[in-house]
Design a protein around this ligand. Structure first.
Ligand SMILES: [Zn+2]
Length: 397
């Protein structure tokens, strides 16, 4: 529905319970929320409603690798429609370390897909909010490097960042770097001045390097606790340095595989709910059968236990996590309330990555992105019933 067509038509209405309160909200909306009312008389059968989920790290989904410069528009659109079933309304396709040509090709391909979807008024165009470039300026060392191919890891280069932005129509809004590189301070400064967020990840940086990155404007940690050495000095290390930095939000992969529940529990207490963000870090095999898949130029494998590893190893290479499961896991494994888990999956990622019209939750003027869901309290399981993107229902169970 275009802006023009909606003028004069009556508002759509959605009613839902608000997690963590006794409120039942009636939301009137078109492409944006027109108004909200707390109901006194409420219907009997009623589900929860929350702002639609925002996932700022998705490498691929439902059989499609967003790092593949030849991924077709049809396949990308199909993968996004599958993602809508998990309550995600906006996401950042994530391009990881690869050759200069591959990374540029992937960004150009994704940006062209977004452009075409938007031109055709498809909600899939709204859903591609912006892009995350993770690498290639990360640590070359085994452990911190994770599954990123060592031959393509390289120092920060402002000229290359400018070319990414040209390829992506200026929509690269999140860049994951390691502060251990010389020249990183001016690089982060440039990223931040161009309205993108610099996030620390895949790093073995010293305390001084992390402090310098913060001073330069870095404001986030990428999947904190992962892509690290298996053994670290017990109290003086880059994980504690980031946990203790109040100027850094942090994203977490809560799939029950990447980080042990006590780490997540303690990390959320250190960061506070307001600085904690749930991501999936999903790759191509998410919502597929076990078997061999691709992550950019890396061969990966979805195993029967749900982990995604580099082919023939046990080294994790992204996840097969879905955001609806991540919210349930945060409650079940991390001991946070449903209300807080929803915030960590919706308004927090929007605030941290400065998504316009998504930072205030279910408030008039905000974009009409919702997830309506049921919640099984005993199993701590969330089931999506309806997903709405910019006022259009894109999924209904
Ligand atoms: Zn990573």
């Amino acid at each position: 529905m275009s802006e023009a067509e909606s003028i004069g038509s009556s508002n759509k209405v959605l009613i839902g319970k608000i997690a963590g309160s006794s409120s039942v909200l009636q939301v009137e909306y078109q492409r944006a929320i027109q108004g909200t009312d707390e109901l006194i008389r409420t219907p009997n059968e009623i589900e929860f409603v929350a702002p639609g989920f925002v996932d700022v790290q998705v490498n691929g989904f439902a059989g499609v690798d967003y790092n593949d410069p030849s991924a077709s528009r049809e396949a990308i659109a199909r993968s996004i429609r599958t993602m809508f079933g998990t309550g995600v309304t906006r996401f950042f396709p994530t391009v990881i370390t690869g050759s200069r040509e591959r990374m540029m090709g992937a960004l150009q391909n994704l940006a062209a897909a977004k452009e075409e979807f938007c031109r055709n008024n498809m909600p899939e165009g709204d859903a591609i909010e912006a892009f995350h470039v993770e690498g290639p300026n990360i640590s070359p060392e085994d452990g911190p490097r994770g599954a990123h191919p060592i031959e393509h890891i390289r120092p920060p280069d402002i000229e290359e960042f400018k070319r990414w932005q040209e390829a992506a129509n200026g929509d690269v809004r999140l860049v994951t770097v390691s502060p251990e590189w010389p020249g990183i301070v001016s690089y982060i400064g440039h990223v931040v001045r161009s309205a993108a967020v610099a996030s620390i990840g895949h790093t073995k940086a010293t305390s001084e390097q992390i402090r310098a990155a913060l001073d330069a404007g870095a404001s986030m940690s990428t999947h904190l606790g992962n892509a690290a050495h298996p053994l670290l000095p017990k109290t003086q290390n880059y994980i504690f340095d980031q946990l203790a930095a109040d100027g850094l939000a942090a994203s977490f992969i809560v799939d029950g595989i990447h980080i042990p529940p006590p780490f997540f529990h303690a990390a959320v207490r250190a960061k506070g709910i307001e600085r904690s963000v749930l991501i999936t870090d999903a790759v191509m095999p998410a919502m597929c059968s076990p078997g061999p898949y691709k992550l950019g130029q890396v061969d990966v494998e979805l195993r029967a236990n749900g982990s995604v590893v580099m082919h023939g190893t046990t080294r994790l290479a992204g996840s097969a996590l879905r955001m609806d499961q991540a919210v349930g896991n945060a409650v079940r494994l991390g001991g946070v309330s449903l209300r807080d888990a929803l915030v960590m999956a919706s308004t927090n990622p929007a605030r941290v990555t400065r998504i316009a019209g998504r930072q205030r939750g279910l408030a008039p003027g905000e974009k009409a992105d919702f997830v309506r869901f049921s919640w099984d309290e005993s199993a701590q399981l969330l089931t999506v019933r309806e997903t709405v993107v910019a006022g259009s229902t894109v999924y209904r169970a």
